[in-house]
Design a protein around this ligand. Structure first.
Ligand SMILES: NC(=O)c1ccc[n+]([C@@H]2O[C@H](COP(=O)([O-])OP(=O)(O)OC[C@H]3O[C@@H](n4cnc5c(N)ncnc54)[C@H](OP(=O)(O)O)[C@@H]3O)[C@@H](O)[C@H]2O)c1
Length: 332
């Protein structure tokens, strides 16, 4: 089968596109004929060697996939040949990645694809949808009527947080880096979308949130959180979710934090158990059927252009180039 893989960590140019053996499903695995995969920042950290997840070379990149069941292992119970499926959590902890024509995936990490959802949309929404859902509901217990703030509402995670929070009855405020991003944020359902370079951002956020008591849930997608600023905007007993910036070592304003009874929550989606992730996936599928969850695709490329895809992801997530809105999807 054709696959995008690496034999060593490094710059995007270490990615090779070529032939590797098609995997054979173990008893608990499903062989998926891949229809689409999506790129995530973590794929680029793993490729670069910044996050250590590789236990063998050649290593196939990629966490997310959507496609059709080609073959099932002897112990697989939930799927049969021909079913459409999506999933994430591959390419982590030694599992095979998804950037290939076929991927053999433990059935616990796969979910049925809704009939009206394309493989491209299902792949695009996989890791970011699960992340947003786990963060908002499992970890931060979002309630209707609360104010949610998320940076980068046209980004991968941000666009999922905006849609899921809005669907849950929250008041949603977000930021974007240019008019195109801000228009998209509004289209996704944000009640307030402001340019993050706007000097009056905090005043606008205050004016928006104070009538509701302040920001109840701050979902921080930035790799450099600004704690002092954030804490000053929070409602008493608000929850601050941190989920990015492995190298960040910000100053922490202890006094302003505790006198407001605030909660600080950290999480990584890949720590979610298969049961927690499946519960989130089921909710995402239902939301899609009701038109409340539509993953944002910014760019579609053939899998053979995995180098360009990684470069584009890195230029935006690390380089803050502002040239990508939503997800990069690759098609084998
Ligand atoms: N903990 C977890 O489980 C988990 C899961 C997924 C991702 N992550 C991490 O979360 C982070 C975001 O991931 P992603 O996939 O959403 O990345 P992404 O698609 O690259 O989105 C980044 C967003 O940040 C916005 N942005 C850039 N500079 C900003 C600034 N100064 N202020 C406010 N917003 C700014 C961008 O807006 P414009 O494009 O409009 O400029 C863009 O929307 C990454 O660091 C990733 O590693 C963690």
């Amino acid at each position: 089968m054709k696959a995008a893989f690496i034999r060593q960590t490094g710059a995007p140019s270490v990615i090779e596109f070529g032939e590797l053996p098609t995997p054979k499903p173990r008893p608990n695995e499903v062989l998926v004929k891949v229809g689409a995969v999506a790129v995530n920042p973590i794929d680029t950290y793993i490729r670069a060697g910044a996050v250590s997840m590789i236990n063998h070379f050649p290593y196939i990149l990629g966490c997310d996939l959507a496609g059709t069941v080609e073959q099932v292992g002897t112990e697989v119970k939930r799927f049969k040949v021909g079913d459409r499926v999506w999933g994430s959590n591959q390419g982590l902890f030694g599992r095979q990645g998804t950037f290939a024509e076929y991927a053999s995936v433990d059935e616990r990490w796969l979910y049925a694809t809704p009939a009206k959802m394309t493989d491209a949309a299902a792949a695009a929404g996989a890791l970011v949808g699960l992340t947003a859902h786990l963060g908002l509901f499992l970890h931060a217990n979002l309630k209707p009527g609360e104010v949610v703030f998320v940076n980068g509402g046209a980004g991968g995670v941000g666009s999922a947080v905006v849609q899921l929070a809005k669907a849950a009855g929250a008041f949603v405020a977000t930021t974007g880096g240019n008019d195109e991003s801000l228009a998209l944020c509004k289209q996704l359902g944000a009640d307030m979308a402001v340019n993050y370079r706007d000097a009056n951002l905090d005043d606008q956020l205050r004016a928006f949130s104070i009538p509701h008591g302040g920001v109840h849930l701050w979902f921080e997608t930035l790799r450099e959180p600004t704690m002092d600023r954030t804490i000053s905007l929070m409602a008493p007993r608000g929850r601050l979710v941190l989920m990015a910036g492995r190298a960040a070592r910000p100053e922490f304003p202890v006094g302003p934090f505790y006198v407001k009874d605030l909660r600080l929550i950290g999480f990584a989606m890949f720590n979610g158990t298969p049961e927690e992730q499946r519960a989130a996936a089921d909710k995402l599928n239902t939301l899609h059927e009701f038109g409340r969850w539509n993953p944002l695709i910014g760019k579609t490329l053939p899998l053979s252009e995995a180098i360009a895809a990684h470069q584009l992801q890195e230029d935006n997530t690390i380089g803050k180039q502002g040239t990508l809105r939503g997800k990069i999807v690759l098609v084998p």
